[in-house]
Write a protein that binds this ligand. Structure first.
Ligand code: SAH
Length: 215
């Protein structure tokens, strides 16, 4: 048990009671993973608060509710193969790794990709492969995926990510014409076409790449 266990339990209680996260596996994993080890040293004491926090390279670690909500929407089982775009601190990555069989994570900023890799090695996580590139093209050699999660806001849905889903597969992504505010979307691949759902307003850093923002 670490010194942040009580704060972490309170965070999880808030996710369940206030935010109505009901997938017990997601709640259990978030009560295990030490979020304070994924934020800058000086902000550790804020790690379990209800907001996003700055990490290096001008990026952010997503708000706990958003991590929980996006993960819940993916409906992961231990057999799933997941693609994550925007690994950032690696916090969302480790949550996915504990719920799925394999995670392929892409981060475009080299310093962050390196830190996330180190962190996952420190935690002994073995089912994650991280690459540093533009994730908007997906990762064709490991496709198709049961689930794709994008942790940065896009002006529209990147087609390669839809195309790399298995039938029944789910893509969860924030989309918005304003680079600072989005709506959380879930696309589910059907035998023909996709179903589309909206899951509320959110605010992410921009997804920059071939099928995202230019800069
Ligand atoms: N899940 C991360 C969120 C980090 S913020 C966390 O909670 O720590 C979003 C990340 O997306 C940033 O690190 C940013 O560099 C990355 N990103 C933006 N556009 C990208 C792209 N085209 N491909 C891969 N990563 C991208």
């Amino acid at each position: 048990m670490d010194e942040y266990k009580i704060a972490r339990d309170k965070m999880v209680q808030r996710l369940a009671e206030h935010y109505k996260i009901s997938d017990q596996r997601v709640l259990d994993v978030m009560s295990e993973v030490p979020r304070h080890l994924f934020v800058p040293e000086a902000l550790k004491f804020q790690a379990y608060r209800d907001n996003a926090l700055p990490i290096s390279s001008n990026q952010t670690i997503s708000q706990p509710y958003i991590v929980a909500k996006m993960t819940e929407l993916l409906e992961l089982t231990p057999a799933c193969k997941v693609l994550e775009i925007g690994a950032g601190s690696g916090y969302q990555t480790i949550i996915l790794a504990k719920l799925a069989r394999a995670v392929y994570a892409i981060e475009r900023i080299p310093a962050l990709a390196k830190e996330a890799k180190q962190k996952l090695t420190e935690f002994g996580v073995k089912n994650v492969t991280i690459s540093c590139e533009d994730g908007t093209n997906g990762w064709p050699i490991y496709s198709p995926f049961d689930a794709v999660i994008v942790a940065a806001g896009s002006p529209s849905v990147p087609n390669p990510l839809l195309e790399q889903l298995k039938p029944g597969g789910k893509l969860v992504i924030p989309i918005g014409e304003d680079p600072k505010s989005q709506v959380l979307f879930r696309f589910i691949k059907e035998a023909q076409g996709y179903t589309t759902e909206e899951h509320g307003a959110c605010s992410f850093v921009p997804l920059i790449g071939d099928h995202g923002w230019e800069s």
